[in-house]
Design a protein around this ligand. Sequence first.
Ligand code: FES
Length: 118
Amino acid sequence: MNHRKYQKHVFVCTNKRNPESGRQDCASCGGDELRLQLVKLVNKHGLKGKIRINKSGCLDTCEMGPALVIYPSEYWYLNVQNDQIETIFEQSIIRDKVVDEWIATSQEFDEIKRNRLK
Ligand code: FES
């Protein structure tokens, strides 16, 4: 039995912090724009209702934002730039393939943790 609502569910961090916090957030480094680009691509390809692009709160990779994650495969991309989004859409969202050069690695997640402990 298929229990899924969407073929792909994408969360794009658009978290916004109080500027006084001194911490980076994805709203300030392009998260909103990335989400809009993805929504447009979904609509352009007639995939509304099959692929869902959601705003997300903090995904806990703020230092390497903007961040997005694609489920169910859990493909994470960090520090995503506007000119990467079409490739990520075509490869990881449509074809369910990793973009090797850009996929986030466990080393990057570890580095974020290490830097926070300093
Ligand atoms: S603010 Fe985007 S990952 Fe934390």
